[in-house]
Design a protein around this ligand. Structure first.
Ligand code: C5P
Length: 252
């Protein structure tokens, strides 16, 4: 049982998305082909609104798949994790501005100039996706960070990068459920926090280390949950998704 009160005022993006449970769940379509992705969409039986398209699927299916998903009335979270020189990242944002994605990720570690260029490029075109800055990948631990010259803990680095992203005009962040608590403590209710590594009670952790149930993640202050395998590998994806949505709504 968690004793942390749910936070509602993640105002940076929430006012655009609304407060319904369907706006707080993105299904990770981690597939190699559009056919597999669309089969899963069919099996969701209309339960979910946001589909996350990552590099694997985007490299295989590109903008055509985004258009297909949009034509089915779905929202697209484009998880490209951009990280390059400012001019190139700004150019990439301009290139995807009109494809119909609602959210787009980039690495906060790209630095201030890159983040400011990205925020400016997104602001210039109102059709641009809203930007989410990835702080520290959950696959990085303190040892791996030292290996790339970062003598700080992942938690310290997450906070530093979250602050930097906010100063550069990017209020959406991707973080783990554990960091959500400290980010809310340090940065308040404004940032829109997207949290992967979600596992409903009783499901397999797989390769995820820092996991939380949907209800706990929401109670700790997550604005949107990313769920992949618990839904995509379920025998009944629609039922699993509906159960997660009920948990998000506090009825689980
Ligand atoms: O299958 P699972 O629920 O673990 O999928 C999680 C999704 O969230 C995957 O698409 C993964 O790439 C993504 N993700 C993550 N950890 C991050 C950022 C994104 O697991 N730090």
């Amino acid at each position: 049982m968690t004793t942390i009160a749910p936070l509602k005022d993640d105002s940076a993006l929430r006012h655009d998305l609304g407060d319904a449970p369907e706006e707080k769940l993105a299904v990770a379509l981690d597939f190699q082909t559009a056919r597999e992705a669309l089969d899963l969409v069919d099996r969701l039986e209309g339960s979910c609104r946001w589909m996350k398209v990552g590099l694997e699927l985007y490299c295989a299916s590109g903008n055509a798949l985004i258009e297909t998903l949009r034509n089915r009335g779905l929202e697209v979270f484009l998880d490209l994790k951009l990280h390059d020189i400012p001019n190139t990242v700004a150019g990439a944002i301009r290139s995807v501005a009109n494809v119909g994605a609602g959210l787009l990720t980039l690495h906060a570690g790209g630095g201030e100039a890159m983040l400011r260029a990205a925020a400016k490029a997104a602001t210039e075109n109102p059709s641009s996706p809203r930007l989410l800055a990835v702080t520290v990948l959950t696959s990085m631990d303190a040892v791996q960070m030292q290996g790339v010259g970062l003598d700080v803990t992942p938690a310290q680095q997450v906070l530093r990068l979250a602050r930097l992203a906010g100063e550069c005009g990017i209020e959406g962040l991707v973080c783990s459920s554990e960091e959500t608590t400290s980010l809310r403590h340090e940065l308040g209710r404004k940032p829109f926090l997207v949290v992967p590594g979600i596992r409903p009670s009783g499901s397999e952790a797989g390769d995820q280390k820092r996991i939380a149930t949907p209800a706990d993640a929401i109670a700790r202050g997550a604005s949107m949950l990313v769920v992949g395998r618990p839904i995509t590998q379920s025998r009944s994806p629609g039922d699993t998704a509906r159960a997660i949505l009920a948990e998000i709504a506090g009825k689980g």
